[in-house]
Ligand binder design. Structure first.
Ligand SMILES: [Zn+2]
Ligand SMILES: [Zn+2]
Length: 156
């Protein structure tokens, strides 16, 4: 039986696996960075597919959900992004450049989660509240209707 000739080390037009990974990582990180709120893995996957389809350059225009999971883990390990766990238990991801203290607003109609630029909690860290509880931090998620669902104004 003749051996199948596996081409290697020749002038292959396909990008090296490392290059492809870098590109996928860039696309996913860009999606998370440019979002106006934390995103779920399926949302990131969806946006990555749309972004790849929009690219004019040839090459692989698909990305699997497993790749998205793997890339998210990698970005988390590199501390470029971190997870946000909502009161519902749902995990979303946001860029670590949002290190400033902030809160989230989840729309009860469209389920989108937005970053809020304000902190409505009037209890500074270090305050001792009645009962002798020393506050070190807080988490807060607001729920309601977002501007695009009430039709009041554009959100982007
Ligand atoms: Zn909404
Ligand atoms: Zn706060």
């Amino acid at each position: 039986m003749q051996k199948t000739n596996v081409p290697r080390g020749d002038k292959s037009p396909a990008p090296a696996p490392g290059q492809r990974q870098t590109r996928q990582r860039e696309i996913i990180f860009d999606i998370i960075k440019s979002s106006n709120g934390p995103l779920t893995i399926p949302q990131i996957h969806d946006k990555a597919l749309k972004s790849l389809k929009g690219k004019k350059s040839p090459g692989d225009k698909s990305i699997g959900i497993a790749t998205v999971y793997r890339t998210i883990n990698l970005l988390q390990d590199n501390q470029l992004i971190h997870s946000v766990i909502l009161p519902s238990g749902e995990t979303r991801y946001e860029s670590s450049h949002l290190d400033e203290h902030h809160h989230h607003f989840q729309c009860v109609k469209c389920s989108h989660v937005y970053d809020l630029g304000i902190c409505p909690v009037g209890i500074p860290n270090g305050t001792t509240i009645p009962g002798g509880f020393q506050v070190q931090s807080h988490e807060l998620t607001l729920f309601g209707l977002c501007p695009s669902c009430t039709g009041s104004k554009k959100t982007r």
